[in-house]
Each structure stands twice: as C-alpha cells, then as structure tokens.
Design a protein around this ligand. Structure first.
Ligand code: ARG
Length: 476
C-alpha cells in the first residue's frame, strides 16, 4: 500500500492534538456525502480530462480508482480524525491506489466548493423522496375521503362546536395543506439544484475549467454565478428545513386531532392496535403513543431550523468552518421528517371513523344554528344581525331548559322574537327542522370549497388530476 501524505505536512511540522482533530472533524455527518463526493470527483476529473487540464491517462487512473471505491463502499475508507473529512479520506483512498498522481484530482478544486456541491446532490434526492411520500399520503387521504362523502361530522372553531361538515371535507382540508407542503419543496428544489463546483476555494481558478460540463455531468439545472456565493450560500438548506418544518406542522396537526378524536370524550375514531400502546399498570389503556411521538418529534425539525438560521446569521463572506456545523442538523431534520411522514401516513390511513358518533356530534349543541338564522334572512327578509340575535337567544333559552334541536318550533321562535322586540316570523315548522338537520345543512353548502358531497367530490377530482401530473413528473 502506498503511504498517504497529510495536507498539513507542508505548512505545519506537527499534527493537531487528538482533541482538536476530533473536535473539528466532520466525518460522522460526511458519511451521507460519500456517494455524492465520488460523483463530484468523477465529474470534476472528467472535466479536467476533457479540457486537457490534466493528462488523460492520469485522469483515467483517478476515475478507475473512484470506480473501485464506489464498488467497495464507505468502509474501504481509512479514517481517523486527523483526516478531517470525507473529501480527504477519498483523496487518500485514490492515492493509496495510484500513488501521488492522485494529487491531480484536486486541481482547480477546493473542499469548499466540493462540500457545497455534495450537499446539494444529496439534498435534491431527499427532497424528491419526501415529495413522493407527500403525494402518496395525499392519494391515500383522497381515497379515504371518498368513503365518507356523506358522513356528517362536526367542525370546530376554538375547539367548540361550530358547524356541520363531513368527514370527507375535514380530511380534504389536510390534503390541501399537504399540497402546499409539496409545492414549497418543488419551488425550493429550483434553488437547490444549482452547481457551485468551479468556485474552488472562493475565487474560482486560473485553469480553464468548464463549468457547463460539470453542471451537465452532475445533472444540475445551472451553475451558481458568483464563486463567493457558491461556496458560502447555505440558504438553500435553511429554506429546505423551513419547508420540512411546515410539513411537520401539518403532520403534527393531524396527530393532535387523532389524539383528541381517539379519547373516550370524543369517541370519533378507533386507532389501529398496531399504532397504539398500553400501560404497564392500567390494563384497560389504549394510548395513541405513535401520534404523540410524531407530534413531539416534529418539534425537533423546528429546532433544527432555528439552529441552522442562527449558525448562518452574520457569517461574513466567504467559507467559514461554522458552515460545517449546519450539515448534521440538515440530516437530522430530513430523517425526522421522512420517518414522521411515513408513520403518520400509515397511522392515519388505518384509522376507523365512528360515523354514528360523528353524526351525533354534528346534530347536537346547536351546531346548525347558523342555518336557522339564514332561513330567517332568506324567507322573511330579516337582517342577518337581527336573526343572529334571535337565534342566539333561542339557543340560550333552549340550553337552559334542556331542549334539543327537535324541540324548536315556530311558536317558540316567535315568543323569543317578540320578547326581543321584533315581529313574529311565522316560519314553517318543517323548514325549521330542515335548517337544524346537519345532513340537510351540509347538502346545501354547495359553494366551491364547501362541504356538500358533490363539492368535496369535485375537490377530490381536482386533486386526482394534480396527483397524476406530479407522479408523472417524478417518474412514477
Ligand atoms: N468539512 C468541511 C465542511 O463540511 C468541508 C471542508 C472545508 N474545510 C476547510 N477547512 N476549508 O464544511
């Protein structure tokens, strides 16, 4: 085996202390850059060969060594903290195979543009993976919603009964949020998929490199136009992690609802046993631990975003070693998001709705009161504010007298109207009961975006078109 020199040996007469070497090493986080770094070196060396910057035979030897490293995998690297990072470990591997001529691979290249390139190569793949996960989740929810188009449910504001909806309408609200989470990543991808290679340390190089060629070889859409920006920009990382935070926020909201809905008090869903735990002392317990942990873990991503933004703040141009600290936080944010997206998808899609309980909640507690006010406006041309006042008093009287929706009659309404100083309304009793019926209530909300079954079905159709287009774009 050929002995590998250390880059310090020229400038310094001594190595770092073990403590300092350990402290500054990025090797743990660099593991995920291994394949990308081989790709970057491959593209760079191929370009150097193509432009006649390095000897063609030497270039071939380098490319051959990189190929065998790819075959052998990460464990073929000799690594101790004095090697600093994966870039040096790979160069050392090539040197151990072909000798000092390996040194030509670092012509017109710095670890600064190399690491920025590697991160972008890995990140773009991970973004696509998460996007596909979002599309699959949306597809599952759209199908689930199809089974509940006519199942009425209660909608909340302030977590108090508000107005009747359907289970499908509620599920489709999450689909719209997920669509935006997807689209944000789609937009971010444009700023991730740009090539910093060729920026070198920060001021490019005097060698006549061909940046268009490495851009093409690495599948980037374009290259970053300023070399100082190229090596030091990490806003694409912050932006991606913000997108992940937004996605995890959507997931945490879903989890929070599942936790609430699975309580005895709500009794709205039955969580699958596969996603539930029990207690070591209370034998009756069925706890929504997976949903709780997903709600908790999604917070980690918020934390990583703040860490990344804080590292970035006030860093002067150009490369500073602080930037190395960003990478592990990016990996962690990606991993937590991927795991959480996957498990929340499976958990939600295995939930069973108690449709009778949903209907019961929708029909009680005067969730249909808005429509009673609406018929006063529609049938008797009463100003909405007056109707609002009369119905508010009806609910007040009814609840203090233990009356339910079915007990509300035209006479009862008129007594209250007169009491409040208004004329009698003479509303038809049948009409009153229709207005107070949650199923009828939902049916007549036929506005686009509303809960009427045909409108929710239309929304489902629109999402299906979107899903087909996007799956196709992602080659699925
Ligand atoms: N390990 C470094 C990072 O992750 C890349 C190498 C640049 N190192 C340096 N001393 N200029 O950012």
């Amino acid at each position: 085996m050929i002995l590998v020199d250390n880059i310090r040996n020229g400038r310094f007469k001594t190595g770092m202390t073990d403590e300092a070497a350990e402290y500054t090493s990025s090797f743990d986080a660099d593991k995920l850059l291994f394949e990308a770094d081989i790709k970057t070196n491959f593209a760079h060396t191929s370009m150097l060969k193509h432009e006649g910057i390095i000897d063609s035979d030497i270039a071939d030897n380098i490319l051959c060594a990189l190929d065998s490293l790819k075959e052998e995998g990460f464990d073929a690297l000799v690594f101790d903290p004095s090697v600093e990072d994966v870039h040096m470990a790979i160069e050392n591997y090539v040197t151990s195979k072909i000798g000092p001529q390996a040194g030509f691979m670092h012509t017109a290249k710095s670890r600064n543009d190399q690491v920025a390139t590697d991160i972008r190569l890995v990140l773009r793949e991970r973004i696509i993976g998460i996007q596909i996960g979002i599309l699959e989740f949306m597809e599952g929810i759209v199908e689930m919603a199809g089974e509940h188009l006519n199942d009425v449910f209660i909608g909340f504001t302030h977590l108090q009964h508000a107005q009747p909806i359907t289970i499908a309408h509620h599920l489709m609200a999450h689909v719209q949020a997920l669509k935006r989470d997807y689209e944000r990543l789609e937009d971010t991808y444009k700023r991730v998929n740009l090539n910093p290679l060729g920026s070198a340390a920060m001021a490019t190089t005097s060698f006549p490199i061909n940046r268009e060629l490495t851009t093409k070889l690495l599948g980037f859409d374009s290259y970053l136009e300023n070399s100082m920006d190229g090596v030091s920009a990490r806003d694409f990382v912050a932006e991606t992690v913000f997108d992940l935070t937004a996605l995890c926020t959507t997931l945490s909201k879903i989890c929070e609802e599942l936790i609430l809905w699975s309580t005895y008090e709500f009794g709205v869903i039955d969580m699958a046993d596969e996603y539930s735990s029990t207690s070591s002392i209370m034998p009756q317990k069925k706890n929504p631990d997976v949903a709780e942990l997903a709600r908790g873990k999604s917070t980690i991503v918020n934390g990583e975003l703040v860490t990344i933004l804080t590292i970035l703040k006030a860093i002067p141009y150009t490369y500073n070693r602080d930037l190395q600290e960003i990478t592990p936080h990016l990996w962690n944010a990606l991993k937590v998001t991927e795991d959480t997206l996957s498990i929340v998808t499976r958990m939600l899609l295995s939930v069973k709705f108690n449709t009778e309980r949903c209907a019961e909640l929708a029909g009680r507690n005067f969730a249909t009161a808005t429509d009673l006010a609406d018929i006063m406006v529609r049938e008797k041309q009463v100003p909405f504010r007056t109707a609002h006042k009369i119905v508010g008093r009806i609910v007040n009287e009814a609840t203090s007298n233990n009356m339910v929706e079915e007990d509300i009659t035209s006479d009862f309404i008129d007594d209250i109207a007169v009491d409040l100083g208004f004329d009698k309304l003479y509303l038809d009793d049948e009409l009153i009961q229709k207005a107070l019926n949650p199923t009828e209530n939902v049916k007549i909300r036929r506005v686009v975006g509303g809960p009427a079954p045909e409108m929710v079905d239309l929304a489902r159709d629109n999402i299906k078109v979107f899903l087909n287009e996007e799956f196709e774009k992602k080659g699925i």
